[in-house]
Design a protein around this ligand. Structure first.
Ligand SMILES: *Cc1c(COP(=O)(O)O)cnc(C)c1O
Length: 372
């Protein structure tokens, strides 16, 4: 029997009867958009990460785009993004007319390298671009190096959008991701650690004015009345059914994050002597959206993947091609020193099944197959 990469069925069994009840309530009430569940969810999410405002929206990509729009990022502006991330992080820059500029990552945490960011900012200026915004990503669940990145952003007048699509709820030196940047965003895509049963996303900020603008932008730029338009916006709302799913998932989220951590520790113990296992720096907590090891070569990765497949164990490669080498993004600027770490990692990383319902027994089977 093929193992699931992420076992959403086991999770659903745990919350199914409560879900059935809340779906029935929503069907009875008929408030499919903007129902009370949406408001309650926003309140709980804001509390969880300790921020003043949570604004839910249609997906994690819109969440970043809405933040860029609220900051007024536009043509001629440079938006600094890691080259080793999901395309959505970079995609939003050209969508608002701005230029993504690719930054390299650390080889041990997979997150944005501050020295590379500095070089990319200088390079953007040489190209006549206005450095406007940086989007660090909490890749695979680990918070980015905010103590190093935020001062560089401040010195250069950059707004900071934390892309916590994979890392929402992680801890950076006592603070929860979502609360560390001018604006943070997350995604509720089903496979994310906090996922709904469709698309969804959210934006977090302590800034009242910014929250007001984003609230308008997510509903067609509406003003005080539905048919007053103050700005050009999007149609980007989280619907009531998805909010109800997320409310149920929030009741088990802390517990699931603990389980994910235990599972990561067991992988580390089993695999640490054979592969480079993920580093979690002192003072940080990952939410383990992915458990990603680094093999010694692409050939070794191919062998690991083949052995796992043979044992009916799914694996995934996040990400096989760094963004600056993708057809859609290859003409945008990069750190002038190149992006050697992103390129190297793309050839050697492999992610293993990771979810809170992985038993020790199954995990040991995975470890055995991966080691070979
Ligand atoms: C999933 C993801 C997004 C986008 O989220 P969607 O809800 O799929 O739009 C953005 N950034 C990163 C790093 C992601 O993993």
């Amino acid at each position: 029997m093929q193992l699931p990469f992420i076992d959403l069925a086991a999770q659903q069994a745990r919350i199914r009867s409560a879900l059935d009840q809340s779906f029935a309530k929503i069907l009875d009430e008929g408030k499919y958009i903007g129902g009370p569940e949406v408001i309650e969810l926003e309140k709980q999410l804001a509390e969880f990460c300790g921020v003043k405002h949570c604004l839910s929206c249609a997906n994690g990509t819109d969440a970043i785009q809405l933040a860029l729009m609220a900051f007024g990022v536009k043509a001629g502006d440079a938006v600094f993004v890691p080259a080793f991330t999901f395309a959505a992080t970079a995609e939003v820059a050209p969508l608002v007319g701005a230029t993504p500029v690719f930054v390299d990552v650390f080889s041990d945490t997979f997150n944005m390298d501050p020295e590379s960011l500095k070089r990319a900012i200088a390079h953007a200026r040489e190209l006549g671009l206005n450095p406007a915004c940086v989007i660090p990503v909490d890749l695979f669940g680990l918070p980015a190096d905010y103590d190093a990145l935020l001062p560089i952003a401040r010195e250069n007048g950059l707004k900071v959008i934390g892309d916590s699509a994979q890392g929402w709820g992680g801890v950076y030196k006592g603070r929860v991701t979502g609360s560390l940047c001018d604006v943070s965003t997350t995604s509720f895509f089903p496979a994310k650690p906090l996922g709904c049963y469709g698309d969804g996303g959210a934006i977090f900020t302590d800034d009242d004015e910014l929250a007001r603008v984003i609230d308008s932008l997510r509903v067609h730029g509406q003003g005080t009345h539905k048919y007053i338009n103050e700005r050009v916006g999007l149609n980007s709302r989280l619907d009531t059914l998805q909010a109800a799913v997320l409310l149920q998932k929030m009741t088990i989220y802390r517990d699931e994050l603990e389980e994910r951590n235990k599972i990561a520790q067991r992988y580390n113990q089993g695999l640490g002597a054979h592969f480079t296992v993920p580093l979690v720096p002192e003072g940080l907590t990952s939410i383990w959206a992915q458990y990603t090891i680094i093999t010694k070569s692409s050939a070794e990765r191919d062998a690991v993947q083949a052995r796992a497949a043979e044992a009916k164990i799914p694996t995934a490669i996040y990400y096989p091609i760094p963004l600056h080498q993708q057809l859609a993004y290859k003409d945008y600027p990069c750190d002038p020193a190149g992006l050697p770490v992103s390129e190297d990692l793309s050839g050697r990383v492999i992610s293993l099944p990771m979810h809170p319902y992985l038993s020790a027994q199954v995990q040991d089977r995975i470890i055995e197959a991966v080691i070979g």
